[in-house]
Design a protein around this ligand. Sequence first.
Ligand code: ARG
Length: 460
Amino acid sequence: MWGGRYSTGMDAVMEEINASIDFDKTLWRQDIAGSRAHVAMLAQQDIVTQADAAAIDKGLAAVHAEIEAGSFTFSRSLEDIHMNVESRLAEIIGAPAGRLHTARSRNDQVATDMRLWVRDTVDDLDAQLRDLQLALLDKAEAFAGAVMPGFTHLQSAQPTTFGHHLMAYVEMLGRDRGRLQDARKRMNECPLGAAALCGTSFPIDRAMTAKALGFDRPTANSLDSVSDRDFALESLSAASICAMHLSRFAEEIVLWATPQFNFVRLSDRFSTGSSIMPQKRNPDAAELVRGKTGRVIGALNALLIVMKGLPLSYAKDMQEDKEGTFDALRTLSLCIAAMAGMVRDMEPNVKVMKKAAGAGYATATDLADWLVRTLKTPFREAHHVTARLVGVASDKGVGLEKLTLADLQAVEPRITQDVFAVLGVDKSVRSRVSYGGTAPQQVRVQVRRWKSRLGKEQKV
Ligand code: ARG
């Protein structure tokens, strides 16, 4: 393709370090779509003849069919997907193939291909995240009133509900989707026509190719067009944050599924046994979601490091954007699918969670609030009184609700029988009616809000 001034071929090691076809064949659809848009534009602008353009387009369709059918032979000596496609095109249609590369370069070609791939993948991820949100919403609705311990510092803090806990992830995933959609908006500009780096002297119509490929507009600076990989970085950054969220959830599932917690039962479909310990049910899918997060964040770090020292414009270093980006976004996709499966199958052990919710003096805040509300005690003082009562209960080895009225009055004589109404976990949960709070009625408000929002999205 560029052998005009070369007399000997490439060293085998040179070929190995240089060739990207083993991984950039992923871009074949985008590459062919880009070429077809390009040649249609060249014909419209009278840069190539209608006859040549028609031959090229037909040939590209044939290459497409071959790759799709699996009969295409990818060749390392042709370096990358762009030259593999073009070379096969020349075999199929002969001379006119040589006109396809007019007014473009592999630099704007690869930038275009990558944007298309990342954009389409981001759209798929968004749809998958929506599906995971729907799975969480169904569970949250079913268990809006299922009391469980709420933790801070992984210590029982206040009673909450399983539904409320799951809804926290619906919010996180909503922001993750927002970040991906936001990245998509900025990435949806077409680099094609920036050519090698400075644009071209041919009278191309960049708006036409941009439109044909579903971009909002052409990019506005040719140097930037071939140098920019922010779109991949932004997507990897959004993907990393999302993977981090899934990893936290996965960690909770791992904890909840231990015999010690026993909060949830995972389905057989999403657990594995041990080859040596017959009693085990291992949450491997959750562990792998947690573990694979490292690869996603790693790809973001790797690409930031690749890019940070590069002068404008294109440098071959940028070929290193591909494996990490492909792997990270595919990995995230797999993790989202695994989480959706686990959530749909997951069965909470409602009784165990409720019992645990009452342990650890989790209603101590409710007691303090009662003192403030009923006896008009300043909160700081109520905190001290409650702490002393927790001490009494702890010495007796019972929960707060098992203290006698005499025990309570020994510390604060004005306490009445009424206080017992707030010491149970159900009462505690139901009392937290502040907007966004734990009360089942509030959880249902949020479930309805999200269901209507996601329902509207689908119609768009
Ligand atoms: N395989 C290359 C990449 O991914 C395509 C662009 C090559 N451009 C060049 N001037 N050698 O970056």
